[in-house]
Design a protein around this ligand. Structure first.
Ligand code: PRX
Length: 650
């Protein structure tokens, strides 16, 4: 096993959940978890079938799991349902009809509360508008929006019809929209004039306009008025949301969809240049996100739950909208930046809405810690009873800060490991049933069978690190990569094809408590602020600039972001770097992909270290970027002087 994934941390502190928490927890002890876990592994069909019955099905399934053609698994085969129905209509026959479904706050401070009934009405209207615009079951609809309630309404409306949504994070550029629209032959786009971010308007509609010049498949664009900035409306193609919504009925029966009907595509980075269109389907994803939300966030009727992610990432799909609303809980949505207009904004909101369950990312926690202990201390955070983290390994210092300054030492913390591909949380502690351990994700959720194996598929002894694989299918798993079954097989299943294991792409180990410690990615994927970026994607963006001849991108440890981006760049025709080149190239990457992909550091070099066969040795560059002395083997290097020069300049 490569040194780079060897672990260095050994954390032994365990934090038991407070007695008051355990008393009301859905799962109160380890024995209950063990019993349910055992059942879920020994009899997955019995277990998942029972859990699925908590939700509404128009027609019950014939078979819980069809494993006839791995890796193309089918869940709840023969069943029909609708996730929008389960998130909305299911609650309308109960007292929940006038419960807040979404509590929303805009960055400027405006607020909206949508009850389940009101959200249902809006979703029905939106479904009617989309139908008028030609959207049907199976139509691909791109959504490029700020964090406003209309985003939730749009996705639930697509789900209601059975249209496949493809949400594109509002921070991505026009080029990223083009790639995603092309890949899925998107026919309709839902966007907004703009969104608020740190007091400025993100010009979303302008980015869509630029993108659509190159996207002939798109016939209609629905535009929400949010920031009231001037936008161009293309006659016949562009429609104002508020005008169309006012003219349609607020009734739209949810389509009875096959359990395996595609629900959405969400693009994520892989080791190669082109983002992968992760495809999730209806029934299994619904059951998976419902059950994980229920037990991991221990949702209670009176909870006010807030996940600070953007819906443009999978965390927002599963744990702001689908899993949370399927449980009939109240979900908080916030539009803007955590430090606008001041660094206490999140805590002010926790205090204002009396948030009880709070879910965020380690990168945010590290930023909060940097802004000072006195910031959260100014607010009443007494409503909080449970905290969560997601997106990247959390360093024990950040964990302790969260525990002390946000949880005030009285809230369990769930460190939830999962991926866009897994659809829902896979490894975590259950908050009332077991102690949490700083920096460790914990135990597998029900129905998940993780293992640590060598490259050859041998299981590694407890304590040893290796590749994290999942040894059985689970309901919320991705079904394929949109339009590319071959790549789906190759990326996730080919390495352990014989065994039928899913390759996560992460390195990990089990510690002496049996808890899973995630070390990080083992491929060319970097995790910047909890967001996955492929190094190849950034390299292609750099090379597309006429200034650049060649580029190699690696991650390096970064105090706040977890990993920063370092680009080693060779200029075209041996040009000498000028002072402005760094900024030009950073802006170029922002334009090609989005601001999150801007390199933190650009290092110009005459040449890149390569093997004799011409492969760039990124693992050596990783050490140079981290400023660490490389003990790695350099014997395959073609010209060691290049590396020595780069090291000397560090
Ligand atoms: O490396 C793991 C890391 O994030 C990757 C998945 O990224 P993405 O698909 O963007 O989904 C992020 C939100 C679910 C994983 O392969 N990761 C995610 N959660 C954790 C984590 N690493 C350590 N601990 C976590 N809790």
């Amino acid at each position: 096993m490569s040194k780079s994934i060897d672990h260095v941390l050994e954390e032994s502190r365990l934090f038991e959940p407070p007695a008051a928490f355990v008393k009301n927890a859905a799962i109160k002890d380890r024995a209950t978890y063990d019993r349910l876990y055992q059942e879920s592994i020994e009899d997955p069909e019995g277990f998942w079938g029972r859990m699925a019955e908590e939700l509404h099905w128009f027609r019950k399934w014939d078979r819980v799991l069809n494993e006839d053609h791995p890796p193309f698994y089918k869940w709840f085969e023969g069943g029909t349902t609708n996730i929008s129905y389960n998130c909305l209509d299911r609650h309308l026959d109960s007292w929940r009809k006038n419960k807040a479904a979404i509590i929303w706050e805009g960055e400027p401070g405006d607020q909206r509360i949508l009850t389940y009934q009101e959200l249902h009405r809006q979703v029905c209207r939106c479904a009617n508008v989309l139908r008028e615009l030609g959207v049907e079951q199976g139509t691909r609809v791109a959504i490029y929006m700020p964090m406003v309630p209309e985003l939730a309404i749009a996705m639930l409306a697509c789900a209601r019809i059975g249209a496949i949504h493809s949400i594109i994070f509002g921070g991505f550029s026009a080029n990223a929209i083009v790639d995603r629209v092309h890949d899925a032959s998107v026919e309709a786009v839902i966007t907004a004039d703009g969104g608020w971010r740190r007091g400025s308007v993100l010009p979303l509609k302008a980015a869509v306009d630029e993108a659509l010049e190159r996207c002939p498949t798109v016939k209609n664009v629905l535009v929400v008025k949010r920031t009231e900035n001037e936008v161009a409306m293309v006659e016949g193609r562009d429609h104002w949301w508020h005008e169309r919504m006012a003219k349609v009925s607020d009734d739209y029966p949810a389509a009875e969809l096959d359990a395996e009907a595609p629900l959405y595509i969400l693009y994520t980075s892989g080791s190669t240049g082109k983002p992968k269109g992760i495809l999730h389907s209806t029934g299994g994803y619904m059951v998976g996100t419902y059950l994980t939300s229920k037990y991991i966030f221990d949702l209670k009727e009176e909870d006010t739950y807030w996940c600070t992610a953007d819906i443009g990432w999978v965390t927002g799909h599963s744990y702001i909208i689908y899993g949370i609303l399927a449980n009939g809980a109240t979900t908080v949505m916030y539009e803007g930046a955590p430090n606008h207009p001041h660094t206490g904004r999140f805590w002010e909101m926790v205090d204002r809405y009396k948030v009880t369950v709070f879910y965020t990312a380690p990168t945010a926690i590290r930023a909060f810690a940097k802004w000072g202990d006195d910031v959260p201390a100014k607010y009443d955070l007494g409503s909080l009873r449970l905290l969560g983290t997601v997106g990247e390994p959390i360093n024990p210092e950040a964990w302790m800060w969260y525990h002390k300054h946000i949880g005030r030492e009285g809230c369990p913390i769930v460190d939830t490991w999962w991926q866009t591909e897994t659809g829902g949380i896979m490894i975590t502690t259950l908050p009332g049933a077991m102690p949490a351990k700083p920096g460790s994700a914990g135990l597998p959720f029900f129905g998940v069978k993780p293992a640590i194996v060598t490259e050859d598929g041998e299981e590694v002894e407890t304590g040893g690190s290796g590749l994290l694989v999942i040894q059985c299918p689970w309901p919320s798993m991705l079904r394929t990569l949109y339009g590319d079954d071959q790549r789906f097989r190759e990326v996730y299943w080919s390495k352990f094809e014989k065994q039928g294991w899913y390759l996560t792409g992460d390195g990990a180990y089990f510690d002496k408590n049996g808890y899973c410690m995630i070390i990080g990615r083992i491929d060319d994927v970097i995790n910047v602020s909890g967001h996955r970026l492929g190094t190849m994607e950034i390299e292609s963006a750099l090379v597309s600039s006429p200034l650049v001849a060649e580029a190699a991108v690696v991650g390096f440890p970064h105090d706040v972001k977890g990993q920063g981006i370092c680009a080693f760049v060779t200029l075209a025709a041996g040009a000498q770097p000028s002072e402005t080149d760094t900024e030009t190239l950073r802006e170029h990457v922002a334009k090609e992909i989005g601001a999150i992909a801007k390199p933190d550091i650009i290092r110009f070099t005459d040449a890149l270290p390569k093997t004799r066969s011409g492969k760039i040795m990124r693992r050596l560059l990783r050490d140079v970027a981290a400023g660490s002395d490389s003990k790695q083997d350099t014997t395959t290097l073609e010209d060691e002087s290049i590396l020595n020069k780069l090291r000397a300049e560090t």
